[in-house]
Write a protein that binds this ligand. Structure first.
Ligand SMILES: Nc1ncnc2c1ncn2[C@@H]1O[C@H](COP(=O)(O)OP(=O)(O)OP(=O)(O)O)[C@@H](O)[C@H]1O
Length: 593
């Protein structure tokens, strides 16, 4: 799909198909036993409720005229028992369906979250992360009520209507037919409202998504906003987004709220018709008891119809969200195991790029016909102008994107023909912005190898010189750090990342060196830590530090879609070409880009 921003509505690539409702139903299958129990309880409580007016009729028409006190007491007891049974059934039903609703919510959210985790980088490149968040959190929440209460209530209401109709028909067929007279009018109203409402809710879901995307982006960029004092500008955009959301919401509910009064009016008019017809017939062929019972039944009949109308309303609303959820679930990851992919066995770390061409977007090659061979254990520094394709090379090696032409192989295995997990577990990737998860220092290092013991973690931290600073923290390894590690310095974050990667012990190491300037002492620690990490592994480093570049076995100068120069520091300096000029021009700055 096309790139999307917070202020652009997402265009649905595929319209919702009615058979997708079946997919929703599938989430209820694991709970079928409970649903059956709920249905039985509904049946019992509905019958119990229906008996009330029937007892009233008998009392009015027979018991009171005969002044039979014994029968009156008996019917009062029956009536009370019926109400107790109905209440117990209702309590069970409410509890059980709330539980089912929560279970379904957990299952659905798990599915969408795990699916999103498996999607390639390109999916995340193409849309604001706040929009992805909205799908996993808000949209699923909206569905929970529909899936539990909605579906079960629908069945309950249908039962209710059938049972009430049976009682009504048993009492008086003609009055029953009068009661149903206005049903076609209701049907027409529902059909008219349906389409307008669906569009309105699609629009609302887009606006909610945009607003969340904007909030998410604003929080992520808060440091930049505050340092440039751009708060006012952010408020203004936020206000605009909020207003759009408000208008979309009001438009949607204006249409939705038209439904309820329509059904209510039809119900009232139908009751009036029964009064009109019934009273004229009293004493002719309708008894007073029958009329009173009938009026109760007619309410019992229209209430579930009103509920079904509301359910339909909610269904239409939820459809706008379901479309998004299924659209996300249906995205087939572009990058996945090819048919017949094999496990990549333990590797030494020889890497070959053979005539590799790659582009993110059609018509614009980022790398063109790139070839190189690297022996296991070598350290390769990638240098070159910004935007030349250095990060791209390392992303291709982990197969975060698929190449357009050529092959990339490791120890002779074409990486497109091995499983992604076996490939990626051989790689240790450290990016410039070292990601720290919220949790303790220990947990963050353990992320490299989940079964590592505390001793192994400390050992790894010591090897890369992270131990010293960790011990200076208030609670040592148990110090809690916030998401992204904002309470740590960038040098400390890098050292943690070294320890994490050392623990994972990857055969191939990929490192995007941080450019931020750090003090000489940390720089020394980082270099020492890094050298220990590099030992015995093939390493690709997007190098910014002169020390790293000089120590590497080979330097690739990347520019104009290919490797322009390659060789050791000494060899390239002797060539007096692009690398030489870069080195000379930036020597004073101490960092080479
Ligand atoms: N996800 C993407 N979608 C489209 N184009 C991209 C994407 N990522 C990078 N590019 C483009 O590809 C080119 C190479 O980017 P890359 O990140 O590999 O450069 P780099 O050499 O690592 O740059 P730097 O040193 O600034 O990090 C750039 O022109 C960039 O705009």
């Amino acid at each position: 799909m096309a790139r999307n921003r917070y202020d652009e509505d997402e265009v649905l690539e595929e319209e919702f198909r009615p058979e997708d409702y079946k997919r929703v139903g599938r989430y209820l299958i694991p709970y079928k036993i409970t649903i059956i129990k709920v249905l039985i309880s509904i049946l019992i409580s509905n019958v119990a409720l229906m008996l009330g007016p029937y007892f009233t009729k008998i009392v009015i028409d027979t018991v009171i005229p005969q002044a039979d006190i014994g029968a009156l007491v008996r019917y009062s007891i029956y009536f009370t028992l019926a109400i107790i049974v109905a209440c117990l059934g209702l309590y069970y039903r409410l509890y059980a369906i709330t539980e089912i609703g929560q279970d379904v919510l957990v299952d659905m959210r798990f599915d969408i979250f795990s699916h999103v985790q498996s999607l390639p980088f390109s999916y995340f490149d193409n849309r604001p992360h706040g929009k992805i968040l909205t799908r996993i959190v808000n949209y699923i929440n909206t569905l929970s009520d529909l899936l539990s209460n909605g579906v079960v209530n629908l069945i309950s209401d249908i039962f209710n209507i059938i049972i009430t109709l049976i009682f009504m028909l048993a009492l008086d067929v003609r009055l029953t037919l009068y009661s149903l007279m206005l049903l076609p009018v209701l049907f027409i109203i529902v059909m008219v409202i349906k389409n307008i409402q669906r569009k309105a809710y699609q629009n609302l879901s887009n606006k909610q998504s945009n607003l969340n995307a904007y909030i998410h982006e604003s929080i992520a960029g808060i440091r930049i906003t505050q340092s440039f004092a751009r708060e006012q500008e952010r408020y203004e955009i936020f206000e605009e987004q909020s207003k759009e959301n408000y208008t979309a919401f009001m438009d949607a509910v204006r249409i939705q709220f038209a439904m309820w009064p329509s059904v209510q009016n039809i119900a009232v008019i139908s009751t009036a018709i029964i009064y009109f017809v019934g009273i004229r017939q009293i004493g002719v062929d309708v008894s007073t008891g029958t009329l009173i019972a009938f009026i109760s039944y007619i309410n019992n009949f229209w209430n579930p119809i009103i509920n079904i109308g509301n359910f339909y309303n909610n269904l239409i609303t939820a459809t706008a969200y379901l479309e998004r959820i299924f659209e996300t679930l249906d995205i087939v990851p572009e990058i996945q195991d090819n048919p017949g992919a094999t496990e990549l066995p333990p590797i030494e770390g020889n890497v070959t790029f053979d005539h590799v061409t790659f582009r993110y977007e059609a018509g614009k090659d980022i790398l063109h016909d790139v070839s190189f061979d690297i022996e296991a254990g070598q350290t390769i520094a990638l240098v070159g102008p910004t935007g030349a394709g250095k990060t791209t090379i390392i992303n291709l090696l982990s197969r975060f994107y698929d190449i357009n032409e050529g092959t990339i192989s490791i120890d002779g295995y074409d990486i497109s023909q091995v499983t992604l997990s076996s490939l990626r577990e051989k790689m240790g990737v450290m990016l410039q912005d070292t990601f720290i998860f919220s949790g303790t220092i220990l947990e963050n290092i353990r992320y490299g190898r989940l079964d590592a013991t505390k001793e192994e973690i400390i050992e790894a931290a010591k090897t890369v010189h992270a131990h010293e600073f960790i011990m200076e923290l208030k609670n040592g390894y148990d110090t809690v750090v916030e998401e992204r590690g904002s309470t740590l310095s960038s040098g400390q974050r890098q050292l943690l990342a070294f320890a994490r990667t050392l623990l994972a012990d990857p055969a191939i190491l990929i490192l995007d060196e941080a450019t931020s300037s750090i003090d000489t002492k940390t720089e020394e620690l980082l270099q020492e830590g890094l050298q220990r990490l590099l030992k015995g592994r093939t390493s690709f480093i997007i190098a910014h530090r002169l020390s790293t570049i000089k120590n590497s076995d080979q330097i690739f100068y990347i520019a104009n879609q290919t490797i322009q120069e390659k060789g050791s520091h000494e060899e390239l300096m002797q060539q007096r070409g692009l690398y030489y000029r870069l080195y000379q021009s930036q020597y004073d700055l101490l960092f080479v880009e």
